[in-house]
Design a protein around this ligand. Structure first.
Ligand SMILES: Nc1ncnc2c1ncn2[C@@H]1O[C@H](COP(=O)(O)OP(=O)(O)OP(=O)(O)O)[C@@H](O)[C@H]1O
Ligand SMILES: [Mg+2]
Length: 331
């Protein structure tokens, strides 16, 4: 337990997946939301991803259940009314207790975090109340919230454990992080745990998993006459790595490989453009859900890159370490 009475939480509200980490627990669900209807009761039961007040359901089941699921892909989505609901659902999944007080650390894409961090802080801070289906009304409070540039979390997760810096070498070196997400890829050059502004950027076109889906969609539409294939369906093919039409498996491997290679090449180009002389970088780490998917291909271009463990949780885990670090200093 923390010394200031606040529970340390890392929250990574990604465009594709919501991730949250507290000591000893991590959760993740798809960033999809829909109005709750009583007919969904059977599907959700008393799941922590189904709220009666406000009336919403979240996660993968939403997509499977109905087409009306909303998925936001714009920068302003942090101001939407539903944003705090995603956060509350994540806290419910983590098993936060009624009446608990939290210290939450989160992040935003490198390009926007300075401009948007106050907005996100305001969404997170203060009292949150919700009622789960078949559950009691539930209240918790966020007493402290801090927003970092995305990928600082990845770095913190490597260097900090239980509120203490455990890897002084990495903490004092030039470190590059490529955090490949659903919509955004963050390129961070950090020195002494701080971003080097001219050499850190986030790209929201051409470098993330969504772009592989778009590329695959174009290729399959070209290849199969009369096919209809939405970008969301294409995204699921990228995840599942298989595709069926009329119950028959379609061979998509070459198209998928080509679409991946196209995005990996964009990532390499951006990294070389941003960091010019990569020799000055002491370490290069790859993270994010896309990192896991693309690491093998990336590694053939940048052989000394390392994939961080549990790459999809890497930011959220690091944010929770930063929250613990803050708690340890506020005795
Ligand atoms: N279970 C899974 N199976 C296959 N691929 C997965 C799975 N979970 C995540 N992914 C891949 O990881 C990607 C999402 O990665 P991540 O969670 O890092 O993105 P995000 O943080 O939501 O997006 P952004 O950083 O752009 O906001 C998905 O688009 C998918 O390609
Ligand atoms: Mg992300």
């Amino acid at each position: 337990m923390s010394t200031n009475g606040l529970r340390a939480i890392g929250f990574d509200g990604g465009y594709n997946y919501i991730k949250a980490v507290a000591t000893h627990k991590q959760i993740m669900f798809r960033t999809a939301i829909s109005q709750y209807k009583p007919s969904m009761m059977e599907l959700f039961g008393s799941s922590s991803l189904a709220f009666e007040e406000p009336s919403f359901v979240f996660g993968d089941d939403v997509i499977d259940y109905q087409r009306g699921a909303s998925i936001r892909t714009d920068r302003d989505w942090i101001t939407a009314d539903m944003y705090p609901c995603f956060f509350q659902a994540a806290m419910a999944e983590l098993g936060i207790m009624n009446g608990e007080h939290l210290n939450v650390v989160s992040g935003l894409p490198i390009r926007y975090y300075k401009h948007d961090s106050q907005t996100l802080k305001e969404q997170l801070l203060g009292q949150h109340t919700f009622k789960r289906i078949r559950g009691n009304r539930f209240t918790f409070s966020v007493d402290r919230a801090t927003v970092f540039a995305q990928a600082i979390g990845v770095l913190a997760g490597i260097c900090i454990e239980h509120g203490t810096i455990i890897d002084m070498d990495i903490a004092t070196s030039h470190v590059a992080i490529i955090d490949i997400g659903g919509r955004t890829t963050n390129f961070l050059h950090a020195y002494r745990l701080k971003d080097v502004p001219d050499e850190s950027d986030s790209i929201d076109a051409g470098c993330a998993m969504w772009d592989i889906a778009k590329e695959l969609q174009t290729r399959l539409l070209d290849r199969v006459p009369g096919l209809t294939l939405s970008i969301l369906e294409a995204s699921r093919i990228v995840e599942k790595k298989e595709y069926k039409i009329d119950g028959e498996l379609i061979d998509i491997q070459q198209d998928l490989q080509d679409a991946q290679e196209f995005v990996v090449q964009n990532i390499i180009n951006k990294a070389e453009d941003l960091w010019r002389n990569m020799k000055k970088l002491d370490y290069i780490f790859v993270a994010g859900g896309g990192g896991t998917q693309l690491f093998k291909k990336l590694n053939t271009h940048i052989s000394r890159a390392n994939l961080v463990p549990r790459a999809i949780y890497a930011n959220a885990k690091g944010y929770s370490e930063l929250a613990e670090y803050q708690n340890a200093r506020e005795k």
